[in-house]
Design a protein around this ligand. Structure first.
Ligand SMILES: C[S@@+](CC[C@H](N)C(=O)[O-])C[C@H]1O[C@@H](n2cnc3c(N)ncnc32)[C@H](O)[C@@H]1O
Length: 494
């Protein structure tokens, strides 16, 4: 079934004033690879002077009501002497811009990121740093009747049938990639302009874009085969719909499968899941939210995303109580997952990911509470945290995500199973160290060799670099667990 469309009413012209206008030919020019150009164009926060928090609240009240779902009735009876207003007239009320308060978008070590442009005192309440109106976002919902938003695809366009051929619940990423490609193709559409600020094929970290030999560098067979399957799925989809004689208006959206893989990478690594209310429905939606998609990940994020139903705004908010210094990066927590999950979806891993897992097969058991207390780690097994209140008591500061991660996976004994005899504890720690050592030895390269490859090869491809970093991070985690078990034995057992 085709969805009727009312583009003039539902999709306003919403270009921030400072957005560089695209010249008609510019989208035909291939971007230079990253090393040949000085980064992506700078994304300027389009808001005027940032207002204090109190004013933000006042401004919200002034926002004109958004009548996204109530287009004027076209078949209202007009007296014959009256003419309908120019379609532009209707756009006025819908044209809302993104607003930004006290932030700037800068190129950093993890690509583009969002940084504080002034100090922020810790406040008891969360506060807004970005507001992104719904109409700037590309949205695909997982259930009918609302399929995607904005409703920009004209009736009868073949991309609609391509989208319709997929399963809304499982193929949200393919669907959103089609919608994104379509949005890029509409002259002066917001996304056509925003695409200048998205990472190019050479800059994108997604492993969907990695050649097979780079995937082999991962030395994680499960992840490599998972990525090959993802690539196969995307290429099959592209071949099914594009690799044949088709109308030009469809063909030009993704002339080669690389273009489709890139769009899919953008969707997977930049979209968020939200529960949106659309009219009477509350829907699980996958959303590409411009500007908010410049936020990088941190497990100790200082910001979070908040969907405001009333004005249909996505807000980025600083967590309550956070003090932020000018120049600090603003981050959100993408998910609590192991490194392989981050690699699969976003193409990066972290040496201190507190959700990383090492599954020990050794029967050795260790007393978890005493292990944790050596590193000032407190809390229940699922929510271990560094207890800084204890830092003055125990001098070691050796705690990072890797030790928390180790603690999550350590085999433990429950009261009564094993007597708390230091020699048993020591044996357990040694057995676990030995298992880590064997796992570490199973990598054909050492930590130093991987580091050398990364340091010495100036022309290393992006995806190969990512694969080697991941392999390095896994080894570093093992090394840190071994070190932690050393410290544990020194501190507690003797
Ligand atoms: C939502 S985008 C964030 C903006 C992105 N940095 C850019 O340049 O446009 C997600 C991508 O940012 C990068 N990224 C985010 N957090 C990261 C982190 N903690 N470490 C390394 N890369 C990160 C990865 O390339 C990821 O796929």
């Amino acid at each position: 079934m085709a969805i009727p469309t009312a583009p003039a009413l539902l999709f306003p012209s919403v270009l921030p004033n400072s957005f560089p206008r695209r010249t008609p030919w510019r989208h035909l020019v291939r971007r230079q690879p990253r090393h040949l150009r000085a980064g992506r164009p700078r994304l300027q926060a389009p808001a005027p002077a940032p207002p204090p928090v109190a004013e933000v609240a006042a401004e919200r009240d002034d926002t004109p009501p958004l009548r996204l779902l109530e287009p004027p009735q076209e078949d209202d009876p007009f007296p014959p002497e009256m003419e309908p207003a120019d379609p532009d007239f209707y756009r006025i009320g819908y044209a809302r811009m993104m607003r930004a308060y006290g932030i700037e978008f800068l190129e950093g070590p993890d690509g583009m990121g969002v940084y504080a442009s002034r100090d922020v005192e810790p406040l008891r309440r969360a506060r807004v740093i970005m507001e992104i109106p719904l109409e700037l976002m590309l949205t695909i919902t997982q259930k009918k009747p609302w399929m995607f938003f904005p409703d920009i695809i004209p009736l009868g366009h073949p991309i609609f049938d391509v989208i319709e051929s997929t399963d809304p619940e499982t193929d949200w990423d393919l669907r959103l990639a089609c919608l994104l490609l379509y949005a890029f193709d509409i002259e002066d559409n917001f996304w056509q302009l925003y695409s200048d600020f998205l990472p190019s094929v050479d800059e994108c970290t997604s492993l969907l874009l990695a050649p097979k030999e780079d995937l082999m560098e991962l030395e994680d067979e499960d992840l490599a085969s998972q990525m090959l399957k993802h690539q196969e799925r995307a290429i099959d989809f592209w071949q099914k719909h594009w690799d044949k004689p088709i109308p030009l208006k469809l063909k030009r959206l993704a002339r080669d499968h690389e273009r489709f893989l890139w769009a899919l990478s953008i969707v997977q690594s930049r979209s968020v899941n939200l529960k949106l209310r659309m009219g009477a429905f509350i829907q699980d939606a996958n959303v590409l939210a411009p500007y908010a998609d410049m936020l990088n990940h941190s497990p100790n994020a200082n910001c979070f995303l908040h969907w405001r139903f009333k004005d249909r705004m996505l807000e980025v908010m600083i967590k309550a109580g956070q003090a932020i210094k000018k120049g600090d990066e603003m981050t959100i927590d993408y998910m609590s997952g192991v490194n392989s999950k981050f690699m699969e979806r976003y193409g990066f891993s972290s040496p201190t990911n507190p959700w990383e897992l090492i599954n020990f097969s050794s029967p050795a058991t260790i007393h978890m509470d005493s292990f944790l207390s050596v590193f000032n780690i407190a809390g229940l097994h699922d929510e271990l945290y560094h207890n800084s209140a204890l830092t003055s008591v125990v001098e070691t500061d050796f705690v990072d995500g890797a030790v928390v991660a180790a603690a999550r996976a350590l085999p433990t004994w429950s009261d009564g199973d094993v007597p708390a005899i230091p020699s048993v504890e020591r044996k357990s720690a040694q057995a676990l160290q030995e298992e880590c050592r064997q796992m570490l030895d199973s990598f054909p390269t050492t930590i130093e060799q991987d580091q050398q490859i990364l340091d010495s090869d100036a022309h290393i491809s992006k995806t190969r670099e990512i694969a080697i970093k991941y392999r390095l991070h896994r080894k570093m985690l093992l090394q840190k667990i071994m070190d932690a078990l050393d410290i544990y034995q020194d501190r507690i057992l003797f």
